[in-house]
Unconditional design. Sequence first.
Length: 475
Amino acid sequence: MMKTLFLQPPSFDGFDGGAGSRYQAKREIRSFWFPTWLAQPAALVPGSKLIDAPPAQLRLETVLAEARDYELVVMHTSTPSFASDVKVAEALKDANPKLKIGFVGAKVAVEPEPSLTASSAIDFVAREEFDFTIREVAEGRAWADIDGLSYRGGDGAPTHNRSRAVLEDMDQLPFVTEVYKRDLRVEDYFIGYLKHPYVSLYTGRGCKSRCTFCLWPQTVGGHRYRVRSVEHVIEEIRLAKSYFPQVKEFFFDDDTFTDNLPRAEAIARELGKLGVTWSCNAKANVPRATLEVLRDNGLRLLLVGYESGNQQILHNIKKGMLVDVARRFTKDCHELGITIHGTFILGLPGETKETIEETINFAADINPHTIQVSLAAPYPGTYLYRQAVENGWLDIANAELIDERGVQIAPLHYPHLAHTEIFHSVETFYRRFYFRRRKIASLLGEMIRSPEMMRRRLREGVEFFQFLRQREMPG
């Protein structure tokens, strides 16, 4: 077995490169998701180590010193961070020329050849679900025999092996919490809307929804929701409770945990027996009866992708959601005491000044507890990217998703709506949502009831205004 280092490389200050199926970027409030996609193959490779440099605040010099003792480095990359990650790979190779370096992630899954040819420091990329591909590389198998691998052949030309079969038995995957315990400090990970410290993990992969912008289902996970057994999930939560008694909340980072309602209810009932607080991603269509079961068994918060308050835009992006259903769902959550973190996207196909106004008003009306407003991001490999190129909404020569500091920018533009207008509407959205009398009163009440919450909200407020001051839109 090769001595293997799994690396989330140093990047922009505050850049969350491990943001799973969501956008990799600096957020309005400093936050970090667990590097679950790296931890999973790390759990399959005995003697390996995982370094997550950004939340641990590790500089490149420290990583280089660590990597000198390894034979294989596996780096997670993304479209926004790729150029920076290539520089890290080149520095690693300069420090240890014998080192084999492989890249994983959605970026290389859909663009294996351009990724390989970007630098001679990149020896291979692992496509599709890369867990067992990486294990076979670490075992020292001949690269020509490893499914899902792209690499340089003997003549230096890119070689692409056949695709790896989709993993059906998800219980084959070992617990990522073993790697969290071994290599990470859970206190380094925090999200504004989750209790701290928290732990996140996946109970399944894939999402049956067809949202045109969503990255991982279109590049790695697929559109079938493949799941771990209820027993397997509960066994890991039981283990995580013993490893991390300080953790206040568990988050299930499945694209849509509520895609399988009977299973979600079954897991919830077992979590209730364990007495844990938990949260998950959900679509805004969960029936009230299911919400009651989840709430009665420890559910605290749902992360809900509303995206837009305009029905035509939801049709345009194949969201499979009706605005009226989302309203009723949100009302149910409020009545049942379930907290909602609502996410919205500005600049999707069909967006106009009027639809932006409609979405802001919709958000204020349904009133989720907290919100996140993103800019439409056409990631390579998604339908939105192909659509944007075909319709001239995206200038390929200037298709960057983030600026030089890691802050998300607006690459899409329309004949009737400039990218600068879309960009500045994010700030307008935040200000109008949070500076309403109703929202200020609820936040003040929350802070008065909890000194801990008061400290958190004050810190987040400072970070938020700092973020707004540094946002600048080129051009």
